[in-house]
Structure formats: structure tokens, C-alpha cells
Design a protein around this ligand. Sequence first.
Ligand SMILES: [Ca+2]
Length: 281
Amino acid sequence: MRRLKLFLCLSVTLAAILFYGYQDVSSPARAGGFVPSAPTGVSASNGDYANKVGIMWDTMRGATVYRVFRNTVNNAGTATDIGTSVSNDFYDTTAVPATTYFYWVRAESSNGNSGLSSSVQGLRGVLGESPGPFTPQEPPPAPKGNELTAAKAALGKTLFWDEQLSSTGTVACGTCHRPEKGGSDPRTIIGDIRSRNPGHDNIPNTADDVFGSPGVPMNNLDGTYTSIPFYGFRPQVTGRKAPSYFNGGYSLTGLFWDGRATDEFRDPITDEVVLLSGGSY
Ligand SMILES: [Ca+2]
């Protein structure tokens, strides 16, 4: 189950740097079908790349592919279709260096297409004039056998916030991994009883105590809770703080602080090997 949660969390992490929008070009909707909304949260890189412009947006429910349009002026009516992406990002490698462009994104599906997002400005930088000491990362690679699709990205984003994935139905991936706090857990506070784990001696308030992420109260298969020493009915605290999920998508193997998420991914129900490699990202 932990592997499944990690897998789902990281699906979101891959998809997770999120972004806005509005309309213009659209196709007629098929009667009765769900048509995705115009992409929101659209942003574009501003000179960060010397060889391209990166455009990113929110994952939109129902989208199977996204189409990106570009223009040198802020006029969607004369914008050019420059390509598609199944993930919520696109890299415009045909942009001319030191030139500012306007970009729009459209979500498409078999039921019809959304209108265009609102426009954003993007700039391709000039080689040797990158603003920072490090070149921005390319998107994380998708595991062989589990290629990224728009539907998977939308599912991953949804499951990241689904508390039904926990044994008590009260904790989601995002409960500990808070995007507004850099993907880590702001509830872990040194000295706070709500984040105190008694450590190896199992005695609270001694030198080996650890301050980690709260989990769930001791609970039973029938849904009832059990009072236990120190915690009572309060959430038990793990012996570690939830780390940031940023960069997690780039780890080839050995995720989790003890590296227990290995390269191989097994079906949590059948134990069948689903992915031979890349299973931890
Ligand atoms: Ca202790």
C-alpha cells in the first residue's frame, strides 16, 4: 500500500508544478460528453532556458491531450499551433532567442475541446546569459511501461488529495506533503507533543525523542480506534518528518529515507511485478 501511495504521490509530483486561463478557438462538443475546461494556471519561462521556452499549466479533468498556440503579439485569433503534449507542460524549441512570445493552451478530448487559456508571455534566453547558476531541470522521465498520459496526471492529482487512501480515511498524501510549504510538513515542530515520537526507548520526554509527522490514531480493521500508551486516541507520530516531494521524480530508485522503495514495482494486490525498473519514480 505504501508503494501504491508513493507511486500515486509521485505521479502527482511529476505532474505537480501547477498553473491559469480563458478562450477563443474551440471545437463543437459531442452531445452528452464531458468537455474539459480551458487550462488554468498557465505560466511560461522567462529567459530561464537558452534553448527553449517552457510552458506549464494545471492538469485539467477530462483532457487527453493539450495543444499549445503561439504568437508574437497578444492576439489569439492569429496564433499558430506549435504542438501538443499529454502532460501539463510543453517546451517550445523553435522560439527565437531573446524574443518574447505569447502562448495559449487548449485542453482536448474525444468529446470536444476547451476554449483557449488566457495568454502568458514567455521568453527564450540567450546562451551564456542564463539568470541562475543552474540550468532548470528537464521534466522527470516516465518509467518504461508506464508512460505519462493526461488522464494519469489528472488521476494522480486527485488521489494526492484523497483521504480515503489512508486506513482511517482521514489522511491524504497532501496532509503531510504541503505544496505551500515546499512539499514538506509544517506540523513537525520540535517540542510540540503533537509531533513527538518517543524514540527507541519508547519513553516520551527523553533525549532520544524524535519530532516527526503525525500519522493516524491506533485503529482496527472494523473502523474502531484503540487507546494506546502516550498517544491515547491521538494520532501516532512517525519517527521522521515528511520530506519535500520536489525532486522525488528524478530519483531512479531507493525512495523513502531508508531507500525501501526499490526499482521494481509490484501490484499491491496480486504481488505481480508490474514494472521491472523505474518503479520508484
Ligand atoms: Ca524517548
